[in-house]
Design a protein around this ligand. Structure first.
Ligand SMILES: C/C(=C\Cc1cc(O)c2ccccc2c1O)CCC[C@H](C)CCC[C@H](C)CCCC(C)C
Ligand SMILES: C[S@@+](CC[C@H](N)C(=O)[O-])C[C@H]1O[C@@H](n2cnc3c(N)ncnc32)[C@H](O)[C@@H]1O
Length: 229
């Protein structure tokens, strides 16, 4: 099953950034900027971007931590990591980012290593959400924060209906034009299974995070879970 998820992201890699820009009308950049702000990353920090994909959040973290800091971008899709690396090559000056192919459920870092972390659209895709949160808790320093951005099911029924319509009638047909119907059709059922913001707060507390909150954004269609160790 891990392999199936990795294959989905390897297949979407060539069009991933372009489709996110088109389908969110550029809004995903704003959601990612808010996520990095809520991670409270500071100049000189060592930061983690979990499930980094093509690196949007990692690049934003790198700007925040500056030349004295370091960012680790971790993902298990070699094709998306290659896109991230190619993007990094075209940056001047080169961002202080190390790209690592690894599983979010078994991170290759010592305990208490990171000052801050982000995760964008990764938590909904991991096979074991509590274990992923527990790994994140393990690698953060005491007091460090992480901000986790993902889709959310709006509590307002009209917004939920709009979200479902947008995913099935705009996102999937456009992806179908690019031969990626099955890959984008996966978003909707994965969102149906995904814990609500309130449930995510409970899961984060269970693995030991001391301060936890969930911010609904984009009319509750997206959310950011912010946790502190
Ligand atoms: C950056 C975004 C999604 C990343 C993403 C997450 C996944 O789990 C995937 C799974 C399989 C294939 C691709 C992805 C994937 O790209 C969020 C923005 C992109 C969305 C496709 C757009 C969704 C828009 C909202 C439902 C409604 C937005 C309304 C308005 C236009 C702002
Ligand atoms: C939708 S993409 C998000 C990419 C990026 N964070 C962003 O916001 O654009 C989800 C990413 O999670 C990665 N992923 C899913 N499960 C993973 C796991 N168990 N370990 C590492 N990466 C994983 C996928 O390979 C993919 O790159």
């Amino acid at each position: 099953m891990n392999q199936e998820i990795r294959d989905i992201f390897d297949r979407v890699a060539p069009v991933y950034d372009q489709l996110n820009n088109w389908l969110s009308l550029g809004q995903h950049s704003i959601w990612k900027e808010m996520t990095v702000k809520w991670s409270a990353a500071q100049p000189g920090n060592t930061c983690l971007d979990l499930c980094c994909g093509s690196g949007d959040l990692a690049f934003r973290l790198a700007r925040r931590v500056g030349t004295r800091g370091r960012v680790y971008g971790v993902d298990f899709s070699p094709k998306l990591l290659a896109v991230a690396q190619a993007r990094a090559q075209s940056h001047y000056p080169q961002p202080a980012i190390s790209w690592l192919e690894a599983d979010a459920l078994d991170l290759p870092f010592d305990a208490n290593y990171f000052d801050a972390a982000t995760m964008g659209y990764g938590l909904r895709n991991v096979m074991d959400i509590p274990r992923s949160l527990a790994e994140l808790h393990r690698v953060l320093k005491p007091g460090a924060k992480a901000a986790i951005l993902d889709f959310h099911r709006p509590r307002n029924q009209q917004m939920r209906a709009f979200q479902q319509w947008y995913l099935s009638s705009i996102v999937v047909p456009l992806a179908q034009q690019l031969g990626l119907k099955k890959e984008y059709a996966y978003i909707s059922p994965s969102l149906d299974r995904f814990p609500t913001g309130e449930e995510q707060v409970g899961l984060a507390r269970q693995v030991g995070f001391t301060w936890v909150t969930h911010y609904p954004i984009a009319n509750d269609m997206m959310g950011v879970l912010v946790v502190s160790k």
